[in-house]
Design a protein. Structure first.
Length: 149
């Protein structure tokens, strides 16, 4: 079978298309790793956003749990328990501590503030070197009309 090439000269079908043989395999070999890397990068960013949201929510709930307790020691224990329970599947090395500048008296009418810090587990599973740990801080008022102690 004779076909015309782009320059108008005739040739057989095999000689016209022969130069493109194997190009799709080369394209797949070059593009597949880049596409996989891009997908993993999107998953890593999604894990980071979801982890930051979970840490902020755990800090909020820990501050609320701590503000409902009657003493500072019980408040710290409750806050730590709530944050660790909520972040058990999301983070490693969960650290719960009183926020800097917060009132440590745990008296009625004061503010109970906590910070929660952890490293997101999903990023380690993807092989992404985790940067600084994620920290969330929240505060909750202690009821001024209740007795403490």
């Amino acid at each position: 079978m004779r076909v015309l090439s782009h320059d108008g000269h005739g040739g057989d079908a095999a000689s016209v298309t022969g130069g493109d043989r194997g190009m799709s395999a080369v394209e797949v070999v070059l593009l597949a790793p880049m596409m996989i890397f891009f997908i993993l990068l999107l998953v890593a960013f999604g894990q980071q956003v979801a982890g930051r949201s979970a840490v902020d929510g755990a800090a909020r709930d820990a501050a609320r749990a701590g503000s409902l307790e009657r003493s500072g020691a019980a408040a710290n224990a409750a806050a730590s328990r709530v944050a660790r329970d909520q972040l058990a599947d999301i983070c490693t090395d969960v650290d719960v501590f009183r926020a800097s500048g917060s009132d440590t008296s745990h008296a009625p009418g004061t503010i109970y503030s906590v910070s929660v810090r952890c490293e997101i587990r999903g990023l380690k599973l993807l092989g992404v070197p985790a940067g600084p740990s994620v920290t969330g801080t929240s505060a909750s008022p202690i009821d001024p009309y209740r007795r403490s102690g």
